[in-house]
Write a protein that binds this ligand. Sequence first.
Ligand code: EPZ
Length: 438
Amino acid sequence: MDSFVIEGGKRLEGSIRVHGSKNAALPLMAAALLSDQPVTLRDVPDLADIRNMLKLLAELGCERQNEPGPNGSVGGTVVLRSEDESRIHARYDIVRTMRASICALGPMLARRGRARVSMPGGCAIGDRPVDLHLRGLRALGAQITLEGGDIVASAPAGGRLRGDTIFLGGPFGSTVLGTANVMSAATLAEGTTIIESAACEPEVVDLANFLNRMGAKITGAGSPRITIRGVDRLGGADHAVIPDRIEAGTFMCAAAITNGSLTIENCPVDALLAVVDRLEHAGVHLETMDGSDPFHATCRVTADRVLKPIEITTQPHPGFPTDLQAQFMALLCLADGNSIITERIFPERFLHVAELGRMGAHLFRAGPTVVVSGVKRLTGAPVMASDLRASAGLVLAGLAAEGTTVVNRVYHLDRGYERLEERLAPLGARIKRVPESA
Ligand code: EPZ
């Protein structure tokens, strides 16, 4: 398992380009199961999760049609075609490595009439139930049982799902991949489906745009009510994955925590209004130099020498995203005063708290809330990555800390950030990857 060794204290300066969104690409790839025609996805990020999704789809008879990129890259342009529709089992040993495999359930069920997908199980940030996914698919007429840890689903006799009006809200608000699953399945259902309390995330909008290019009839994506008029079949499509708003937000924090000045290219500022609002209140300044396309903007991020404390509560989009909670906690460790962070989506998503404490942060947790009492400096230390975004928070802390930080188990980070050390080093970061064997 590789580690990152970071010598902190260097300001980051220069330009960095945001890559395609992991959380958009995964359901987009799964949507290839809805058609027997080839689909082309562009700007796919080169990540471990993408590699796992390609492996899962291949097992489900949906093979990549074009050659991978240089040096074994799985990103860039990916052409997929679902040719063997007899294979319907998403096995445990793949699903357990990537929960997002669950988004193959809806498309497979809708097109093939049956699906067997291992229950994803929990992960480091908490239980990851799928009850809302199953509620939505059952409302479309699917028979669903649990057998040996697998979700076994079949369409009504005759093989076609039927549209219905579905309330998809849960105790923590909407469900992103649950919305993706039900919306995808409804594209081929008989009749019209209305999803009430749908997730409004930009990644759901990107999926709806892609499905409509395939011939679906979806309106309302991005709002809590999505309407899908079922069609008999879907064709191929060519689609560019939206930029990764979480990666963009992470880079904004990197500029701020090092008191640097970063130009961020291909930045989806329009998907980050809640994040920019919090940054501005903390004394971080974002100047949009080219906002002609608000989803592919160029912006420059600088920060006041001393950051102000703020309050953050994570919420479903358009609220503050839970996937930037750890990164902002690292940033606010150095603010002048007490910040308050409340996690409303994954209340246990605080594995980074103890690790930041090892670096001298003053953090006080009470249930879903953490008080971040600002300190003058962080000190480098060996720390342990536990999940994707916690890892990103620890890297940010290491960039600002005095001395050396070793972030262990960066395979967590590689799931969502493409060769992060190679992209930060040209900006001045003293960061290198150390293979485990070293
Ligand atoms: C997506 O996960 C993202 N992953 C997550 O990003 C992100 O944190 C999450 O949405 C919330 O924004 C991908 O898109 C691949 P949810 P998802 O269903 O869809 C509860 C990252 O770091 N819930 O929106 O699985 C659930 O427990 C990852 O990139 C139910 O109760 O999340 C949570 O509290 C981490 N029942 C809340 O809803 C269900 O059936 C939101 O979960 C489903 C979810």
